[in-house]
Design a protein around this ligand. Structure first.
Ligand code: ARG
Ligand code: ZN
Length: 884
């Protein structure tokens, strides 16, 4: 069934009050709901409430049991026939949280009962109008055995608690803020708590509590510090204060996504909240900081102002990702954060936008909303908000968000409402800009330049085009802000546009933003003393592909001298990509004939390694070759095996040529320095581990010894894991001889730390050396693997299919399709247990059109196999049928 945005109708009834009583027993739970319903419009002959996998035990309207002609149970619906204008609906249902492997609704993760309701999980708890524009006042009573579940939590404030007979007890929570049911949460279990508090700008004391299993109490400090930083930051940057007396976070091991912003009671995947130096990498620390902030920021962008319907998902997610990205930028290095986010966007979101599941950030239709928690909704959505913020500038943007929050507080609204608030405070016309919300696909800019020595005029001719996507073949032009500067021999050139009075542009001297709103436009700069190199799309000012015929000398100039850090990185990537493409062109049947990489790449790297004051993380990212996934995105027909070979060849060459300075990085690194997750220290580790990875490509015994020394003496997981990874990935026999033992030692040391075991599984699933399919099959059979745990599945199956292209697409020696078959087998096995995760795993196969006939055909064959699985979930069915 497809749902369409154009069919939206406001709800026939409001639910003014929602009273829940959830009684948890071993193997079954009982939910009694009392809903105060009030008709919103004219006559309603039938009212359909959502409900799935519920066993209805009792139903009453205004305390009268219903007869069979007053209601019926349809597929997933409870239909009330001729309901009164205002009434109390009472239902009692039985559910089985212990059997709930979908991790939606009320389920049990290890010893903890918890809920996940977004988007449509509440209907697995009770009959309800499960849609975000129905906002209600919730009271929740939970009861359970005191020994099993000493802690009972729900949204809002605790209003009552006490003991019952038979060793049971109860707690009653009331949430004073009206909310849609997707923000409902409850938790019951044996949890330990870390407590702190925060005083808001206006003086409200807020109790902060992080609930975890006792064994994890030593891993909560970073999340708590991040939470307090986020609370302060949202007050300072957006003027947003917290609005309850208590804020709780609960960590559970089985969770489909990263975390969930339930009002006052965020529920987190352990991977996004637990952190300590010995077990968590720098990337892990950063993820915790980012996700804690993201969920906290939702309290305003999502909860106080929510979505009218699920087509508006990016209203809260795009905005909140933008907010958390700016927060992380402020806590660390803004340029580094930008580089990381853009690399991810261009590799993965661009691929989504070019594939069969491409959709606008506000889709016009969907079959299964869970499939739309995508990189497009989240990351591209954040890019669109970033463009708006940059077009307005900080003061106006703040005015606009203030107006948005004030105007729509307590409402369920649309993306137009958001843009309208920004238009109202700025007087800007965003009618063309709105197309970013309604058209999918990545626009491509083609830029050509022209310099006239006589008139000293320099012209940029810019055209845009966007490839057809499934929902729309013919794209209208986008409004594209292009931040730019011009680099001359002597430095940056002052920018004066010829038709200045016609252009409404900022006047600052060497940096400005051109606004492209038509299919083709030219911008003429005057008084340009020499032919410059243009630095375009600085800071990645729009989520587009840029084509400009840069010479390699141009790129060298940009890499070494541009004032924009992002574009320096970008120039290095382009230079490296060009050299890898040279290697691809020289590849005939696995032999690289007469290939020597362009020396300018090495020359740039050498200079960067010597540059004083260059951020170590930026240096690391500038040295890092584009990933195989990113290179693949640039090819018209992807040959993953050739890409792997070409990139490896260039990397090996760099490792040899830069042996000395890379070794110096390693030797200068202080292994004993106490771990801190500060930007400077993270950068130092990133650079050291990048150098180590290069050196371990073709190491001598001394380098291998150094790697082992780093593995053994590391005082933190970042260094320990990087050393083990470098050892395992190395193709050198010197490394291969000892890698298996080191892997076994690592497991023996960390087998009781589930999150470390995930990393151990993932590093093997990512290993590009031959034999990948057999390796992941062995991992599935390993005692460390848990077949129902999403983190474990992602670490093995997800990582293999997405981050090990040479093995996924290469299969085994005996069977070139073994990787595809492996993935399809896993999807089919998982689909009936956890459809959300199964559907997500399918993604790499959906890209079959990007490969040659044989590979593409084999991938397609596995999609067909999945499609014909009896009882396939609607989640998987949507992905498969749209991609065939
Ligand atoms: N709103 C959550 C977040 O972004 C994600 C929840 C997604 N849940 C799901 N079942 N798809 O923070
Ligand atoms: Zn979110």
């Amino acid at each position: 069934d497809t749902v369409y945005l154009k069919d939206y109708q406001s709800p026939a009834y409001a639910i003014e009050k929602t009273d829940l009583d959830v009684a948890i027993y071993p193997g079954e739970s009982f939910v009694e709901a009392r809903l105060q319903l009030v008709r919103q419009s004219g006559l309603v002959s039938e009212l359909a409430l959502d409900g799935e996998q519920l066993e209805l035990l009792a139903i009453e309207i205004n305390s009268q049991s219903l007869s069979k002609d007053q209601y019926r149970l349809d597929d997933g619906k409870l239909v009330l026939i001729e309901p009164p204008e205002r009434f109390e609906l009472y239902t009692k249902v039985r559910i089985q949280p212990e059997q709930n492997t979908s991790l939606e609704g009320l389920y049990r993760s290890r010893t903890i009962y918890c809920t996940q309701c977004e988007a449509e999980g509440f209907r697995k708890i009770t009959y309800y109008l499960d849609r975000p524009d129905v906002m209600s006042d919730f009271t929740t009573r939970i009861s359970a055995a005191k020994s099993e579940c000493p802690i009972l939590l729900a949204n809002g404030n605790l209003v009552e608690q006490g003991d019952l007979t038979d060793g049971r007890h109860y707690a009653v929570w009331h949430d004073p803020h009206k909310k849609p049911c997707y923000l409902f949460a409850l938790v019951a279990g044996d949890l330990s708590v870390m407590e702190d508090h925060f005083v808001t700008a206006s003086g409200r004391n807020v109790d902060l509590k992080i609930y975890v299993e006792e064994k994890d109490l030593d891993k909560c400090d970073h999340a708590m510090a991040s939470l307090k930083n986020a609370m302060r930051w949202d007050e300072e940057v957006y003027g947003r204060e917290y609005d309850l007396d208590i804020f709780m976070i609960v960590a559970v091991d089985d969770f489909n996504m990263g975390a969930m912003e339930n009002k006052g009671l965020n529920i987190f995947n352990t991977s996004c909240v637990l952190a300590k130096p010995e077990t968590t990498t720098d990337a892990g620390f950063q993820r915790v900081e980012g996700v804690v902030a993201h969920e906290y920021f939702h309290n305003w962008s999502g909860n106080r102002v929510t979505c009218r319907d699920w087509f508006q998902l990016s209203l809260k997610e795009g905005f909140t990702v933008y907010r958390d990205a700016e927060f992380s930028a402020d806590m660390g290095s803004p340029t580094v954060k930008r580089v990381e986010d853009v690399a991810m966007l261009r590799t993965h979101q661009f691929a989504e936008d070019a594939g069969p599941m491409a959709h606008p950030i506000r889709p016009a239709s969907y079959m299964e909303i869970s499939n739309f928690y995508t990189l497009t909704i989240y990351e591209k959505g954040a890019e669109v908000v970033r463009m708006l913020a940059n077009l307005l500038g900080p003061e106006l943007f703040r005015k606009g968000t203030d107006l948005y929050f004030e105007r729509h507080d307590g409402q369920a609204v649309t993306t137009e409402d958001f843009v309208q608030a920004l238009a109202d405070v700025s007087g800007r016309d965003f009618s063309v800009f709105q197309r970013w919300y309604n058209q999918a696909g990545t626009p491509q800019l083609e830029v050509r330049d022209e310099y006239d020595e006589n008139t000293r005029e320099y012209t940029l001719h810019i055209t845009q085009s966007t490839p057809a996507t499934p929902e729309c073949a013919d794209k209208q032009p986008f409004h594209i802000p292009i931040a730019m500067g011009l680099l001359g021999d002597a430095g940056e050139i002052a920018l004066k546009l010829r038709d200045e009075e016609l252009e409404d542009l900022p006047t600052d001297n060497t940096h400005r933003v051109l606004e492209l709103t038509e299919q083709a436009q030219s911008f003429v700069f005057t008084d340009v003393p020499e032919k410059p190199v243009p630095s375009l799309l600085r800071g990645f000012s729009a989520p587009v592909k840029l084509k400009f015929a840069y010479s390699r000398d141009d790129l060298v100039r940009l890499a070494l001298r541009d004032s924009d850090g992002f574009n320096r990185y970008e120039a290095c990537q382009r230079l490296a990509l060009g050299v890898i493409e040279d290697a691809l062109a020289a590849d005939s049947g696995g032999e690289l004939n007469n290939f020597t990489p362009d020396e300018r790449l090495l020359a740039v790297y050498q200079q960067l390694l010597q540059e004083e004051g260059l951020d170590r993380a930026m240096l690391a990212y500038m040295l890092l070759l584009p990933s195989e996934g990113f290179i693949a995105e640039q090819q018209s027909v992807i040959d993953p095996i050739a890409i792997h070979r070409a990139r490896g060849e260039v990397a090996g060459y760099i490792a040899k040529a830069l042996h000395k300075p890379l070794l110096a990085v390693l030797e200068n690194y202080d292994l004993r320095k106490p771990y801190k997750p500060t930007a400077v220290d993270i950068a130092a580790r990133l650079l050291k581990n990048t150098a180590l990875e290069f050196l371990m490509r073709e190491p001598d015994q001394a380098v291998v010894d150094l790697c082992v020394k780093h593995l053994q003496q590391a005082n933190n997981m970042t260094d320990e894991l990087a050393s083990l990874t470098a050892l395992v990935n190395s193709r050198s026999p010197l490394a291969a001889d000892i890698a298996p033992q080191k892997l076994a030692d690592f497991y023996a040391k960390w087998q009781d730390e589930s999150l470390v075991v995930n990393a151990w599984l993932a590093l093997q699933a990512r290993n590009a050396n031959p034999g990948g399919v057999e390796r992941v099959e062995a991992l599935l059979a390993h005692p460390a693997f848990e077949a129902n745990n999403p983190n474990k599945i992602r670490s093995v199956v997800g990582v293999f299919a997405n981050a090990n292209p040479v093995n996924f697409h290469g299969g085994t020696d005996a069977d070139p399709e073994a990787g595809y078959r492996f993935l399809a087998d896993q999807v089919i096995a998982l689909d009936s247990k956890n459809p959300q995760i199964a559907a997500r795993l399918i993604t790499p196969l959906t890209r079959w059109r990007r490969y040659d006939k044989q590979r593409g055909g084999a991938m397609r064959g596995q999609l067909e196999r999945i499609k014909h699985t009896p009882g396939l979930s609607s989640d998987s069915n949507e992905i498969v049928s749209k991609s065939l």
